[in-house]
Design a protein around this ligand. Sequence first.
Ligand SMILES: Nc1ncnc2c1ncn2[C@@H]1O[C@H](COP(=O)(O)OP(=O)(O)OP(=O)(O)O)[C@@H](O)[C@H]1O
Ligand SMILES: [Mg+2]
Length: 212
Amino acid sequence: MSIIALTNEKGGVGKSTTSVHFAYWLFSKKKKVALIDADPQRSCSKWIKRMDDPIPVTILTTPDELLEKTPEIAEGVDYLVIDAPPGLAECCRAILFRADLAIIPCQPTGLDLDAASDAVRLVRQAQSVRGGLPDVGMFVNRAAKGTKLKDEALSLIQKIDDVTALKTVIHQKQAVADAFGQGATVFDLKGAGASEAATEFEKLFREIMRLL
Ligand SMILES: Nc1ncnc2c1ncn2[C@@H]1O[C@H](COP(=O)(O)OP(=O)(O)OP(=O)(O)O)[C@@H](O)[C@H]1O
Ligand SMILES: [Mg+2]
């Protein structure tokens, strides 16, 4: 049983998109998987509801619930994915007290990279209380191909101590943005964009699995 949390207090970086894709990818590999939706916007639960596959989702939106109920949900599955909310540092802390691995998506802009340092700070606080866990990885999401910003973001991430900089970059793709509306993931959508995005997510998830 492993608990993987997608965290970053910065909004709109791709936490929910990655959570749903990761949970679905694990499910398609025949793993027993569950998802905790900790975001009051309930993006993940709405998304999963629109999909055909029965991935169990539990909505837990307070720090108390997250601390108390996460272990029993994790007990019954191989992998538990938690989609953290934006902004709510106390919820994030509770999640980081339970996660084995925190994955921080980050957009390749100065503002986002700056905000990512707050996300890393929360992880470090949890690591210090727990004596090590959670491990932490960061990846660049919504990058534009061939831009300087993307390369700069990658090299900045590589410089953060004790954070694994994931090599796979997820590019900005219309197919990814369309997936929620289609009640699907890019793994099921047709077209070249969806298939490129699916290849990127697959690579990213394989990298994440190596951190567990
Ligand atoms: N790689 C991508 N390509 C195109 N669009 C993307 C990509 N990743 C995320 N998006 C879009 O960006 C928006 C924000 O993504 P998402 O909701 O996953 O972020 P979030 O971090 O969960 O946001 P919040 O903090 O508000 O919960 C969504 O409209 C989503 O479709
Ligand atoms: Mg979200």
